[in-house]
Write a protein that binds this ligand. Structure first.
Ligand SMILES: [Fe+2]
Ligand SMILES: [Fe+2]
Length: 368
């Protein structure tokens, strides 16, 4: 997939919707545009294509496409008119469904319908004023991201490749929210249900890791890759028997050793996912290793430092693990958690990164 594919897709979507305004969806010109869209979708891995409107730009499967030109602007406007900020085509989509979509988007008043293989998102990111002033990130927004992660995590199985498209979108959405000046503290989910802990923890670590990466001046693509890596850092836990993972009492040495295998399980699992950032594999493997090269798992090149992305995930993971409420203890305040982490500066964590993170969190806490 390349710029020509993106351009072709934009052009044919615009044509299809415009023609849908003039003719019925059975008209040949609408059918031709739908057939072309279908052919172009075939160029996307596994036929999955998500198009997101980010400000005035279009993002295809996590790739920001800045050369969309006037047709891109037109598509942004057409989608915006219906309050749509995301269109996702899934494998199995038919020309008939695409024609239906054209008709619905062309219609002056009717809201878009439902389709089996097309999902439309109405993530309201275009609200006026900074989100920080609008109170905590509104629930429907967060709920949608959480549902996404839950959906993807639910498909983790040693026998199946992880569908990562949804996760890229989650990360882009949060990054955009961060850039709009949302308060970091308010973006973190409280852990309401213990069963949701895995997903809320994944989201929180991802948000924090991206905020830290942004603060450190990483480039866009790296910030997003770190966000994805953070979202998946504990994926190996899903490959550990639930009886051990959620055991309420004290773990035996053997059970503890099994849980400590989650970085290895996660890395091995993620290494097989095509198109996934290699940072995800590294962060899964190294997030419980320490800055002084101790920690687990013990690796062959044990003296080597963690990758910078893993150091970021290690810090943000530890922070979220301590701050969130667990059944067996009260949650700690930001200052308490940062104080505990400071004691491990230079041993557990990279001191420079930890200082940056501390400053970032204290600033967010003060502004909350
Ligand atoms: Fe972990
Ligand atoms: Fe974790």
């Amino acid at each position: 997939m390349n710029s020509a594919t993106f351009r072709g897709l934009i052009w044919n979507l615009v044509v299809g919707i415009s023609q849908g305004r003039l003719y019925s969806i059975d008209h040949e010109s609408v059918a031709v545009a739908a057939a072309r869209v279908l052919t172009l979708l075939g160029e996307f891995p596994e036929g999955l294509c998500s198009i997101m409107v980010v400000k005035d730009d279009l993002v295809f499967n996590n790739t920001l496409f800045r050369e969309a030109g006037i047709h891109g602007d037109k598509l942004v406007r057409l989608l915006g008119a219906k309050g749509i900020s995301r269109v996702e085509f899934r494998q199995g989509v038919s020309a008939g469904e695409i024609r239906q979509l054209f008709g619905d988007l062309a219609a002056a008043t009717a809201p878009p319908g439902r389709y089996e293989h097309i999902r439309l998102g109405r993530v309201e990111l275009g609200v006026a004023g900074p989100i920080a002033d609008a109170g905590p990130v509104d629930d429907p927004f967060h709920a949608e991201q959480l549902a996404r992660v839950q959906e993807v995590y639910g498909q983790v199985s040693p026998f199946r490749e992880l569908p990562i498209v949804g996760l890229e979108e989650v990360v882009s959405t949060f990054l955009l929210t961060l850039r709009r000046g949302a308060n970091l503290m308010r973006m973190l989910s409280p852990v309401k249900l213990y069963s949701e802990h895995t997903y809320t923890h994944a989201l929180n670590v991802s948000i924090l890791a991206m905020a830290l990466a942004e603060n450190l001046g990483f480039k866009d693509a790296s910030v997003q890759a770190i966000g994805i890596a953070a979202l998946l850092h504990d994926v190996g836990k899903l490959l550990i028997p639930k009886e051990i993972l959620h055991k309420p009492g004290k773990l035996s040495n053997e059970e503890f050793a099994t849980i400590q295998k989650h970085p290895l399980y996660g890395a091995a699992y993620l290494a097989r996912v095509e198109g996934l950032t290699p940072l995800a594999v590294l962060a899964a493997l190294e997030h419980h290793r320490k800055f002084d090269t101790s920690g687990y798992p013990v690796l062959r090149e044990n003296g080597r430092r963690q990758h910078a992305a893993s150091q970021i995930v290690a810090i943000t993971d530890f922070y979220d693990a301590l701050r969130s409420h667990r059944p067996y203890r009260r949650s700690l305040s930001t200052t308490e958690v940062l104080g505990i982490m400071q004691k491990e500066s230079g041993t557990g964590f990279n001191p420079g990164l930890l200082n940056r993170f501390t400053a970032l969190m204290m600033q967010a806490a003060a502004a909350e």
